[in-house]
Write a protein that binds this ligand. Sequence first.
Ligand code: ARG
Length: 463
Amino acid sequence: MTESSTNQLWGGRFEQPVDAFVQEFTASVQFDQRMYAYDIQGSIAHATMLARVGVLSEEESQAIIQGLERVREEIEAGKFEWSIELEDVHMNIERRLTDLIGDVGKKLHTGRSRNDQVATDIRLFLRDHIDAILSELERLIYGLIDLAEKEAETVMPGFTHLQTAQPVTFGHHMMAWVEMLFRDRDRLRDCRRRVNVMPLGSAALAGTTYPIDRHLTAELLGFEAVAENSLDAVSDRDFAIEFCACASLIMTHLSRFSEELVLWCSQQFGFVAIGDAFCTGSSIMPQKKNPDVPELVRGKTGRVNGNLMALLTLMKGQPLAYNKDNQEDKEPLFDSIDTVRGSLKAFADMAPVITVNRENMRAAACKGFATATDLADYLVRKGIPFRDAHEVVGKAVAHAENQAKDLAELSLDELQKFSPAIKEDVYDVLMLEGALAARDHLGGTAPLQVRAAIARARSRIES
Ligand code: ARG
């Protein structure tokens, strides 16, 4: 058996070459090459540590580090040839290192296994992407706070069951999305703490016989902690599952928001318009301007949820420690990262070009008896029990509906037929502004409260 027909990195005990299809089937280099920069970063830290503890000489370690930097340059210049025969990103880089610097390159893998190596690479990769996702998320929060501030007094109908319920301000509505996104930020930050733990040093599963210094490697790589148990560290992917769950919740929020934008852009609602740069036309209907970005984000939520299910299912049957199953963690994880990052970017870019049609929203709030609860509350303040007040207002609404009028358009005489307790001051509560201003407590829709919530959000986003 010649050396070249079996894998030189692990082919020692093999007599037959691996079947060509199996080689392709088991390879991951097609997708894990995305982690090359983190693989090299991890290897440089490992080689540095090995020299510090005397396992490698200073010259050997320097040769390896310089070689790894050359490999990185080749990859970045598009000159690196990835090979399926070398299975994955780790072995591709190691082989090229040895080609470049000779046999000393073969010493890099001392005291390490691909099992702790890959777990480390994924964590470094994910940590950077979480940071990028957090900054897009914050950009979106800023954009929505700005929009809320511009529209803090703008009246719109608030809905339950998608039926007009009570008037709210558009600013209050935007701040609801801001709250959801703040929770998403908290979740991601919390997830990042558990991602930022270093598996390296666990080797294949049991640790290594070399006198390694894991704290040093962790410090070099910016990890906050060193994994306590080698079996756990090489095998569990709960940190990736947790990230995918955070991503699913972000997408769920964006998807609900998308649904509102799609409805609001329609001719039937006409509440908002989205800048042309975020819409597309129709090849057949010249009048169309379609809200493609929110529609796509709503659609992409499905694949992100699918990725979460894929990882949960991937993990559930695995005995300790590492199993090749785990190679399947990368594509769903990468897809969730890319999708949530892209969706947040699109939304953050789009937020400043959402324009509001105040007249249409006010006209909609005037339909559907949005101030009926306010009339009932008014009667309660005049001493009528709430249940009776509810009944009185129900009748007044039926009457107004017959007349095709809003409650505020009924005369005092007409209103007094339903209850003599109704006086001239009733119009203060039947008017939309009065109804808004009355909900004047923490979390309420009164414009003063919305402005206070905006001020608090502005300081929270800086923290
Ligand atoms: N490509 C592998 C993965 O992604 C690297 C670890 C391989 N380890 C092994 N024992 N075969 O999981």
